[in-house]
Design a protein around this ligand. Structure first.
Ligand code: MLT
Length: 408
C-alpha cells in the first residue's frame, strides 16, 4: 500500500475554518430555522469593483477572438500587471521594488506555504502566538517541526506571544532563529506595526542573517497615512525579507484569486556548501516548474484595481468594511467588552467575557445570538480567552449581529 506523508498525522485536529464549519453545520441541522450571521472566516461579501468586472469582461471578449487569444502566460505574471504593482504599491511609497521582483500568483495562503519549497529543513522558525494557522501547519506538513505538545505547540518552533501587555507586538526572539513570520496588519489580532517596530525586526534579521516572511495581505486597511504598508519601506529590508500581498480582501478577489509575492534580487540564502544563492532564482525555478500562472482574464481584472476608477472603487470597499469594524468596536465596547484591533485591520479581537474560554464563547454566541465568530485559541495557545470577529459582511448583518450580542 502507498505510504503517506507521516507529518500530516502530527497536525492538530482539522484546519480551524473547516472545524468551525463542522460545528456550524451541526448547529444548523439541529436548528434549521435559526438565522445565522457569519463573522468567522474573513471572506468578503461585497461585489467586485465595477472596473475589475469590466476589465475581465473585455478580457473574455479578447480571448474569444483569434487576434486577442492567449494561451499559457508567463509563470511570473504578465509584465503589465507586475509593472502596475511595482509602480503603485511600492515605488509610489518610496520602495525600490521593480516589476521583475514581483511574482503574480493565485493566493497568499498558497505562496506563504509554498515558499518552504525553496528553504532548507534545518532552519529555526519563529511564529507569533496567536498566528495565522497556515504558517504553522505548512511547516508541520513539510516535516519542519516535531510533535505538538499538550498545549498544541510544536516542537522545533519558537513561539512569540502576543498579548495586551505587549500591545500585540512580539518581542524579539531570545534564542537564535533563521526564519520569522510576521503579519501586519495582523490576522488575527488586528494590530498594526509602526515603522519603529518593523525597523527593529529588519535590524534583528540583518544582524542574525535571518529571513522575514512578511504577510501584508491586509495593508489596504491601514487608515493612518504615517504607518508603513510594506516591509520594504524599511531600510535594509531588501536584504532580509519576502513580502506577500493579495487582491482578495482589498478588491474582493477571494473567489477570483489573485495575489503576488515580492522577492528582492538582492536576497540570499545559504547552500549546504556555504555558498550564497539568490532566493529569487530558486523561486523563479519553483514557479516555472510547479505553476502555470494566473488566468489572463483575472490578471486583467487585477490590473484594473490600479486604474483611476478601480482605485476609488477599492477605496470605497475598504472604507465600507472599516466602518463595519468601527461599528463592531463601538457596540461591543458600549456594553463593556474589551476590544482590540479593528482600527487598521478588518478584524476585531475581543476578550471573551467572564473568563470564558474561546470555544466556550464561540458556542455561547452560536447558541444564543446565532452569530459565528472565530475562537482565538484556534490561532494558538495565547489566543485562548479571545475571540475574533470579522468585519467582512453586509452592514445589515453587522448591525443585526451587534444588536443580538449586546442584548445578551
Ligand atoms: C481568515 O479568516 O483568517 C482568512 O480568511 C484566511 C485567509 O485569507 O486564508
Amino acid at each position: 500500500m502507498v505510504k503517506i506523508n507521516r507529518n500530516y498525522l502530527k497536525l492538530k485536529a482539522g484546519y480551524l475554518f473547516p472545524e468551525i464549519s463542522r460545528r456550524v453545520s451541526a448547529f444548523s441541522e439541529a436548528q434549521p430555522n435559526a438565522s445565522l450571521i457569519r463573522l468567522g472566516i474573513g471572506d468578503v461579501t461585497e461585489p467586485l469593483p465595477e472596473a475589475c468586472c469590466q476589465a475581465m469582461k473585455d478580457a473574455i471578449e479578447e480571448m474569444g477572438s483569434s487576434s486577442g487569444f492567449h494561451g499559457y502566460g508567463p509563470e511570473q505574471g504578465y509584465l503589465w500587471l507586475r509593472e502596475a504593482i511595482a509602480k503603485n504599491d511600492f515605488q509610489s511609497r518610496g520602495c525600490q521594488i521593480s516589476a521583475d521582483e514581483i511574482f503574480v500568483s493565485d493566493g497568499s495562503k498558497c505562496d506563504s506555504s509554498n515558499i518552504l519549497d525553496i528553504l532548507g529543513e534545518g532552519n529555526r522558525i519563529a511564529v507569533t502566538d496567536p498566528v495565522y494557522p497556515v504558517y504553522v501547519d505548512s511547516n508541520v506538513m513539510s516535516g519542519r517541526t516535531g510533535e505538538a505538545d499538550q498545549l498544541g505547540q510544536y516542537d522545533g518552533l519558537t513561539y512569540l506571544p502576543l498579548n495586551s501587555e505587549n500591545c500585540f507586538e512580539a518581542e524579539l526572539p531570545r534564542e537564535p532563529v533563521d526564519l520569522i513570520y510576521l503579519c501586519f496588519p495582523n490576522n488575527p489580532t488586528g494590530a498594526v506595526a509602526s515603522k519603529e517596530h518593523l525597523e527593529k525586526w529588519v535590524d534583528y534579521a540583518n544582524k542574525n542573517n535571518a529571513l522575514i516572511l512578511f504577510d501584508a495581505a491586509y495593508e489596504a486597511f491601514i487608515q493612518d497615512p504615517l504607518l508603513p504598508h510594506s516591509i520594504f519601506e524599511i531600510d535594509g529590508a531588501r536584504d532580509c525579507a519576502i513580502e506577500f500581498r493579495s487582491f482578495s480582501k482589498k478588491a474582493g478577489f477571494t473567489g477570483t484569486r489573485c495575489a503576488y509575492t515580492v522577492i528582492p534580487r538582492s536576497l540570499k540564502g545559504l547552500a549546504a556548501n556555504g555558498t550564497e544563492v539568490d532566493l529569487w532564482t530558486l523561486w523563479n525555478r519553483r514557479q516555472s516548474t510547479k505553476f502555470n500562472g494566473v488566468s489572463y482574464i483575472v490578471q486583467r481584472g487585477a490590473e484594473a484595481v490600479y486604474s483611476l476608477s478601480g482605485q476609488s472603487q477599492t477605496e470605497k470597499l475598504v472604507s465600507f468594511y472599516m466602518e463595519n469594524a468601527s461599528i463592531i468596536r463601538k457596540e461591543l465596547s458600549s456594553v463593556g467588552y474589551k476590544v482590540f484591533g479593528g482600527e487598521h485591520a478588518p478584524y476585531v479581537w475581543v476578550k471573551a467575557p467572564k473568563g470564558q474560554g474561546s470555544w466556550q464563547f464561540f458556542d455561547f454566541l452560536l447558541q444564543n445570538a446565532n452569530v459565528v465568530g472565530t475562537p482565538g485559541s484556534g490561532f494558538g495557545t495565547a489566543g485562548e480567552g479571545f475571540f475574533r470577529l470579522s468585519a467582512f459582511n453586509t452592514r445589515e448583518n453587522v448591525e443585526e449581529a451587534m444588536r443580538r450580542i449586546i442584548s445578551l
